[in-house]
Design a protein around this ligand. Structure first.
Ligand code: S3P
Length: 172
């Protein structure tokens, strides 16, 4: 089980929480793409958006992804918007990429009060973003994990058993 795993999904879908758990259970190295960028640029994502704009952030995000791709045994928790960059979708399509899918209402409740997420503005704006992105998550992933009603532990175990299955079939 050497191949890295990439977690994608909307803000609040648990990519970081689950990613950390998978890494602990498999001895893979956990990388949170947002933290990676913040560390590399020495600035918070929110400030990056404010001072340099979303497009600049997207180019950093795509570059960070490219740096990580050759590395084995990583669990990469991506940012929710990684799939808006077509180049990143093409990259993710070739990896073991799991889409953590949850209902919009659940995601909304999780992120509505988070002041650190620059793209959380209003209910309608977030719903539009979710609707526009659903197909992109689906097109970038190799499997979808519907997490509604499941615990972090359930989801982690489900993903790990899929990783083992896929390794046996060596389809990546
Ligand atoms: C974003 C999601 C954030 C972060 C940035 C943009 C998005 O990551 O990358 O605020 O466009 O959905 P999380 O999904 O971890 O909140």
């Amino acid at each position: 089980m050497n191949n890295s795993i990439y977690l994608i999904g909307f803000m609040g879908s648990g990519k970081s929480t689950i990613g950390k758990e998978i890494a602990e259970a498999t001895n893979f190295t956990w990388v949170d793409l947002d933290h990676y960028i913040e560390k590399e640029q020495d600035i918070k994502i929110k400030e990056l958006f404010e001072h340099y704009g979303e497009n600049y952030f997207r180019s950093l995000e795509a570059n960070a992804l490219k740096v990580l791709i050759p590395q084995k045994k990583l669990v990469v928790s991506t940012g929710g918007g990684v799939i808006v960059t077509p180049e990143s979708v093409e990259i993710l399509k070739k990896q073991r990429t799991v889409y953590l899918k949850l209902d919009f209402e659940t995601l909304y409740q999780r992120v509505v009060h988070d002041l650190d997420r620059p793209l959380v503005k209003s209910y309608q704006q977030l719903l539009d973003l979710y609707t526009a992105r659903e197909k992109l998550y689906e097109s970038a992933c190799s499997s979808i994990l519907y997490g509604e009603g499941k615990s972090v532990q359930d989801i982690t175990e489900e993903i790990i058993s899929k990783m083992e299955e896929k390794d046996e079939n060596s389809s990546y």
